[in-house]
Write a protein that binds this ligand. Structure first.
Ligand SMILES: [Zn+2]
Length: 426
């Protein structure tokens, strides 16, 4: 613990010395970064958010580190978050990816289809370098190939492993199911980019007859955790990242062992240090040692927490409130999409879509709508004013971003239809 404390103090002090954003933030909060001594002091530092990062990217940048590249999120739904990387930052990110690949059983002699971004978001490049280190043959397919082109290339190269998003994996699974075409013999499936729902996992296991491995990370942090041969949670790289769990939207630590919103500190980023960065995911720690023998602690990613629908009169509805309302009636309803539209009369219309939720009886349907209305006090209060309408659709089609992700919240009020396509999602 003392070592960790020292490491964290050094990285926070460096951020305050080198990055204008942290310097101003801490001085405005009246914090003397040189005086803090332990993790409790560290927990007093203000938390930074994705909005802080996307609007102040240049102020988060170290003024002394030797930057060699930028990485950035696509910004399709939110403003892009730009980070600056040093050569050493990237080397460590590649090292993390090697660990996550190895945990997923990837080894020399395998051939891997990399269906991840090769653009401003650099997961593809990191994966490519990890393949080189592990002597895995890389097929850098990227994200921009169409499903048909991907199918053709899979038939040609016959990889034995695929690394893509759950949505994309389900899409091509669907293709093979419908076309009857013979798929390549895939022995390892690695998924990243979005949470894998129970239904997606089922579809993938059922068709390919293997359990997929989940890799968890974000565009800001690169890889953070991944599943091993035991498939019992994700091993979190706690020697490179410090994870705190807080009550969503607050700086209040949750009791030990309980799920909370992830606040992350990179112990190695130098270009854009991330100190107490609110990731926006709800994470639950898994107690005990994994049977695989690896010592990295294990976590379970429960879902996004910070996505919010901004409604009539400043009312906010958070994604975790929708999720809780649904699972309070049926624990299987963990995958949903909230679609927000503007009615002709100017009212906000929320449609909560779930997929393949078999056997939703009319009574259950009503119960779910009631639970959704009750998910936030403000929402319940606004029900009678007529400025909000809410509808539960247990068997709808979900929207997908052009990058193949299925977001929990889709706001179509600002004419953003061109940013999505509609399709059968799992
Ligand atoms: Zn394990």
């Amino acid at each position: 613990m003392e070592n960790l404390s020292k490491k964290i103090r050094a990285i926070a002090q460096r951020a305050a010395n080198e990055c204008p954003y942290y310097r101003t933030l801490y001085s405005q909060a009246g914090i003397d970064i040189n005086s803090f001594s332990d993790l409790e002091d560290f927990a007093q530092l203000p938390i930074v958010t994705p909005i802080d990062l996307s609007t102040n990217a240049n102020l988060f940048k170290s003024q002394t580190a030797d930057i060699y590249r930028v990485t950035s999120s696509s910004g399709t739904i939110q403003s892009p978050k730009t980070l600056f990387r040093t050569v050493q930052d990237t080397k460590t990110s590649v090292e993390v990816m090697c660990r996550l690949f190895s945990l997923a059983g990837l080894e020399a002699g395998d051939s891997l289809w990399i269906g991840q971004p090769f653009d401003l978001a650099h997961l593809g490049y990191i994966s490519l370098e990890a393949c080189q280190k592990l002597s895995v043959l890389a097929i850098p397919g990227g994200l921009s190939v169409t499903d048909q082109r991907m199918i053709n290339l899979l038939a040609f190269f016959q990889p034995n492993a695929i690394f893509t998003s759950p949505s994309r994996m389900c899409q091509i699974t669907q293709y093979y199911l419908q076309s009857g075409e013979k798929p390549p013999k895939i022995a390892k499936i690695l998924l990243a980019g979005e949470p894998c729902s129970a239904i997606q996992r089922f579809q993938i296991c059922d068709f390919w007859q293997i359990e997929p491995h989940n890799l968890y990370g974000s565009e800001e942090t690169d890889g953070l955790a991944g599943s091993c041969s035991q498939h019992s949670g994700l091993h979190f790289m706690d020697d490179l990242y410090y994870l705190e769990l807080v009550e969503p939207g607050t700086n209040k630590k949750v009791p030990d062992g309980q799920a909370g919103e992830a606040v992350i500190t990179s112990l190695y980023f130098q270009g854009t240090p991330l100190i107490r960065y609110r990731l926006g995911d709800i994470i639950e720690p898994i107690p005990g040692q994994c049977r695989c023998g690896k010592i990295w602690t294990r976590i379970k990613v429960i879902g996004r927490s910070t996505q919010a629908l901004f409604l009539y009169d400043g009312i906010k509805l958070y994604s975790h409130q929708i999720r809780s309302a649904l699972t309070s009636i049926d624990p299987q309803l963990t995958t949903y999409q909230a679609v927000l539209r503007r009615g002709i009369d100017g009212a906000d219309e929320i449609e909560i879509v779930t997929v393949a939720a078999a056997n939703v009886s009319p009574a259950m349907h009503n119960k779910i709508e009631e639970a959704l209305w009750s998910s936030s006090l403000d929402l319940a209060a606004a029900k009678d004013i007529g400025k909000l309408r809410l509808q539960f659709n247990p068997n709808g089609e979900m929207f997908m971003t052009l990058r193949g992700k299925t977001p929990e919240i889709v706001d179509l009020r600002e004419n953003k239809e061109h940013e999505f396509v509609k399709g059968e999602r799992g």
